[in-house]
Design a protein around this ligand. Sequence first.
Ligand code: GAP
Length: 449
Amino acid sequence: MDVFVSLCKRRGFVFQSSEIYGGLGGFWDYGPLGVELKNNIKQDWWRAMVQERDDIVGLETSIVMNPAVWEASGHVDTFADPLVDCKSCKRRFRADDLAAGDRAADSPHGQGQAVDVSGVRCPECGGELTEARMFNLMFKTYIGPVEDDASVAYLRPETAQGMFVNFDNVVTSMRRKLPFGIAQIGRSFRNEITPGNFIFRDLEFEQMEMEFFVVPGTDEEWHDRWIQARLDWWLGLGVRKEMLKLREHDKEELSHYSKRTVDIDYDFPFAGFAEVEGIANRTDFDLKAHSERSGRELKYFDEASGEHIVPYVIEPAMGVDRCFLTVLIDAYAEEEVKGEKRVLLRLNRKLAPIKVAVLPLSRNEKLVPTARKVWDLLRPHFMTQYDDAQSIGRRYRRQDEIGTPLCVTVDFDTLDDDAVTIRDRDSMEQSRVPVSGLVEALRDKLEGG
Ligand code: GAP
């Protein structure tokens, strides 16, 4: 992990938040390559969940909502974890993490239930632990100039509630019929007791969630369909099949709203198999809770039967940051080429932050302007990078290390034949193509590869 985390920083994927002030645990900044990778992940999810489907629409809701939302959803009462402190070394732990042992990196939030830690000692120093006390994970803030109970608000801990409270608005404005879904990508905040494992568990992160509203009675079938569809999406990102597995939640582990939840787990080097996405059957819990609390009926009128029904909800929910970590770890490879170590990211081409690098063979005064012209030609079509510093071999290695699928080399022959060499990241094979057909050739390779 250390080598990998250092690559992420050195190559501009992820930086510690406010690093010059010593950082802030659980908060991260995404560098120039990180932001590209993140955007590509989000775009691919949006394409699969909204663009390519005829039954799902998108939404973007505010981070701070009326606090009644979180009372109705159950978050004010139950979105809490049991916290213990070591009386000797003063370290702080989640009591359920200590009880979970191997799955500690992946403990789901504790549903507001206390955990008995009598007889358990501090895992760091063996010291005595305090009794567990409950700690709500929602970040509190205040609206307006007076910080009193009446002005309390929360930063959302999930994007889902924005979709539930807008159910009626979407049905009416978009004339939706069941089954249909609402998808959203946005920031969520959780005051995690034990953030860590790089960007695996953060206090500020991005979620991609979709609430799929179905006729009660068809929910179990839709749930199975969505589990398969979501697993296929992960495989479509190029994540190795053997590194993913489905995991059914035990009854005690289920969230307060869930009838059944299946996680997609990835085999992380620091934690073993841990959740990257959860697919829950949330039943009619949320719509009913918001109807009761708000006094606004959140029902669907079924013209066929003439009945008003409260739909059940299937929810695939995942984190962008955790997906980012998964695809990078999965793509990371080291191999030996001609006696030298080659580090590369075998990122799926659709995810690679830079698609094409333009490299003149050297900084020769004739080659550089020609290479820059080639770069000008490519920039409107692909995310590109231009690099003329150091030997061509080192520049290939640099591009391998950031996962660039294709390099275009401009050499002295280019000045005569107006052709360039395309070099493939994975096979390292090279092919010669005329500059006039370069955009087409690159597109073929990116889409076909
Ligand atoms: N609306 C349901 C929900 O939020 P969750 O299992 O708590 O369910 C869904 O979160 C996904 O969000 C997780 O699978 C994970 O990928 C991501 N996630 C949750 N907490 C996170 C955290 N503290 N840091 C990074 N990602 C997180």
